[in-house]
Design a protein around this ligand. Structure first.
Ligand SMILES: [Zn+2]
Length: 405
């Protein structure tokens, strides 16, 4: 079993493009593309991007031959998904694995998820999160195991019985353990009605302590009241908002709290893989009925979100078992539901970076930033499905995919 997955990882490593990709790049490589979308809403034709030492060193008009000729492709910043569960997977019986399982087995499945995610053009993902993310995050950061830059909450705070002081202690423990952010559940799952589960005092304590520790706070909230408590507490971002109303969305906008509506992948993926989840925890027939209903609610919620002035919306999928590598379905659904392609692309790149405080490192094609670059077949401004035709992936100046048709 372990040998089988280990072999998969080795095979994945073996298909890496040879040549410049596997050498440390002290020398400059160039990429030439007929169209570039910079991630901040700007676009320019016939561009040449220079990369050295893992960073973008120049962006200019194309002249002459390039190391990587990306004709026919559109060049974009590497994609970012701010909400995944990188370790979730189906087991040998093709059922959702809830553990306990051997740690080596778990982390190899997570490595597989990381690989398929990066092959879909996602060069940074935030996992929210499990303790086992840490080994994978740190391994990828060492620079040998291929995968997206990984940030993780390393766990979450959800117990409504915790006193505010206990929540502060828990936040400090995550900080000490090396978490990149804190994940907090402030409402029940949509399968259980989505009602608020934490009080204002509890959220004030958790998000307040996170801020004091220099950590961002991400809050799972479906009911409008749960969303508004998170915004009052100054939490960084609210996830899902399955039951959101105009008032709650406007309040998030007013408080400058980010909003990540997950409308395109997570629920669809659960429904598509119903028999792999059914019978585990709250994945009951009733739970699935609630999720079917939630799909319709999400459409109305997203329409309201688009109409909310000043609401900062960011890309996150809540990718779980079965969903890894399909992250872009979220953006396709948002565009199908009325968001302008240019705005959807910004939420996937520069805004996602900004929501994680990484806007000076990733999310934009500009001099000085990390060379996280993706090229897709077609023009996503006129055909958003182009984002699913990823032909070229560079992360930190290294090429991991270069498939020309
Ligand atoms: Zn989640």
């Amino acid at each position: 079993m372990i040998h089988r997955v280990a072999l998969t990882v080795l095979l994945a490593l073996a298909v890496l493009t040879p040549g410049p990709s596997l050498t440390a790049q002290s020398t400059t490589v160039t990429l030439r593309a007929p169209l570039m979308l910079d991630g901040r809403g700007g676009s320019r034709p016939d561009v040449m991007v220079s990369v050295s030492g893992g960073r973008i060193t120049a962006v200019g008009h194309a002249t002459g031959a390039a190391t990587y000729d990306l004709s026919g492709l559109t060049l974009l910043p590497g994609f970012i998904d701010t909400h995944v569960h990188i370790g979730w997977h189906f087991d040998l019986n093709d059922r959702y694995a809830t553990g306990p399982e051997p740690a080596d087995q778990a982390v190899l499945y997570a490595a597989e998820n990381a690989w398929v995610t990066m092959m879909a053009g996602f060069t940074t993902v935030q996992s929210v999160g499990a303790a086992s993310d840490k080994a994978l995050r740190d391994a990828i950061a060492r620079g040998v195991l291929p995968g997206p830059r990984l940030l993780s909450s390393l766990g979450h705070i959800a117990n409504p019985k915790m006193m505010p002081d206990e929540m502060r202690v828990a936040v400090r423990a995550f900080k000490a353990d090396g978490a990149d952010l804190v994940k907090i559940f402030a409402s029940a799952s949509i399968r259980d009605g989505g009602v608020p589960t934490l009080s204002q005092e509890q959220l004030d304590a958790a998000c307040g302590e996170a801020r004091a520790q220099g950590l961002r706070s991400m809050v799972h909230a479906h009911a409008p009241e749960a969303m508004m408590r998170a915004a009052r507490a100054g939490c960084t971002v609210v996830e899902h908002g399955g039951l959101a109303n105009a008032e709650a969305l406007a309040f998030l906008a007013e408080k400058g709290v980010w909003f990540d509506p997950n409308i395109g992948l997570v629920t669809q993926n659960y429904l598509e893989n119903r028999k792999k989840f059914l019978g585990i925890g709250n994945y009951t027939d009733e739970g699935f009925t609630s999720m079917e209903k939630a799909l319709g609610l999400k459409e109305a919620m997203f329409a309201a979100a688009l109409k909310t002035k000043g609401l900062k919306m960011v890309m996150g999928t809540d990718a779980v078992a079965g969903g890894h590598g399909q992250n872009m379905r979220e953006i396709l659904e948002r565009v199908k539901s009325g968001q302008a392609p240019a705005h959807a692309i910004t939420s996937l790149t520069s805004l996602a970076a900004e929501s994680m405080g990484l806007q000076n490192e990733i999310g934009t094609i500009a001099t000085g930033l990390q060379a996280d670059l993706v090229a897709v077949e077609g023009n996503p401004l006129t055909d958003i499905t182009a984002l699913q035709r990823v032909r070229f992936v560079m992360r930190g100046g290294r090429v991991y995919k270069n498939e020309r048709r």
